[in-house]
Design a protein around this ligand. Structure first.
Ligand code: CU
Length: 275
């Protein structure tokens, strides 16, 4: 039993060493195995073109591993948008079939990355749009790493909106300091109905904050009306519009409903609330 358990760990050490050796700095750093904490690993399962889990929360200075169990190479690239809370460090990696690649992130914030061989960056949407025919269409091969911690200079107020005549949330990620507020102005002519994505463990969606109240009759009324929520619990809030998107019950990931005007772009977003 013990031997069976140890074998994958040793295999992982070999992969780590290979990755480090291929970095080109000429020396192989010793690998310290942390047997206490769960490893921060994102898996690329075979033939699905997804990153699993979709959202990975980690502490600063964590080394994150992407393990490619697929039979083709995948790229792992931060989207071009950068701010103090979105992609504060950029990375660009390629994981060959059967191999693992790692990156160590020190700066707290949300890292939004995608595979540029399976999706295209759309500046218009600020989203990675999936290529036609990918196995999980309309889901694109993208993922979120959330490095927890405070971010100096974050505002107490953030604004977002529903775009005029589109089933689209203007900004995918907004961020406020704890105690701050986020306002959504609905510039569309239809109402929209916001709800948090259920099933994630804290610190993702760690508290009832009222987003789910935007599911009700008076949710996001149209024609320039605004709804404001105060966020008193730090965390990463993942939400979507119930009428224009759905949640995959296994991946806990939002995807666009076919009738949504911006299909395949999903009507979803994140609110980062930092301590
Ligand atoms: Cu909607």
């Amino acid at each position: 039993m013990m031997d069976l358990f140890r074998r994958p760990v040793l295999a992982l050490v070999a992969v780590f060493s290979t990755v480090l050796a291929s970095c080109g700095n000429g020396s192989v750093a010793p690998v310290a195995l942390n047997t206490v904490d769960a490893p921060a690993t994102v898996t690329i399962p075979q033939g699905q073109d997804i990153f699993d889990p979709y959202i990975l929360p980690v502490q600063p200075r964590t080394t994150i591993t992407w393990r490619n169990d697929d039979t083709v190479s995948h790229t792992i690239v931060t989207t071009p948008e950068q701010s103090i809370f979105l992609n504060p460090q950029s990375f660009s990696l390629t994981a060959a079939p059967g191999q693992s690649v790692t990156v160590t992130l020190t700066q707290p914030g949300v890292y939004y990355y995608y595979d540029k061989t399976e999706a295209d960056w759309s500046p218009f949407y600020g989203r990675a749009a999936p290529h036609q025919g990918v196995p999980r269409y309309p889901m694109s091969m993208e993922g979120i790493i959330w490095v927890q911690g405070s971010i100096p200079g974050l505002p107490m107020i953030a604004q977002n909106s529903v775009v005029h005549l589109r089933d689209q949330i203007e900004k995918f990620v907004v961020a406020v300091h704890v105690g701050g507020t986020v306002s959504w102005t609905n510039h569309d002519t239809d109402p929209h109905f916001f709800q948090t994505v259920l099933g994630w463990d804290a610190p993702i969606n760690p508290a009832e904050v009222g987003i789910d109240n935007l599911l009700g009759e008076d949710a996001m009324p149209p024609n320039g009306q605004t709804r404001t929520i105060t966020f008193n619990t730090p965390g990463l809030y993942y939400y979507f519009c119930f009428t224009h998107a759905m949640v995959d019950p296994l991946l806990l990931r939002v995807y666009a409903r076919k009738m949504a005007s911006e299909y395949p772009i999903a009507m979803d977003g994140f609110v980062l609330v930092t301590p």
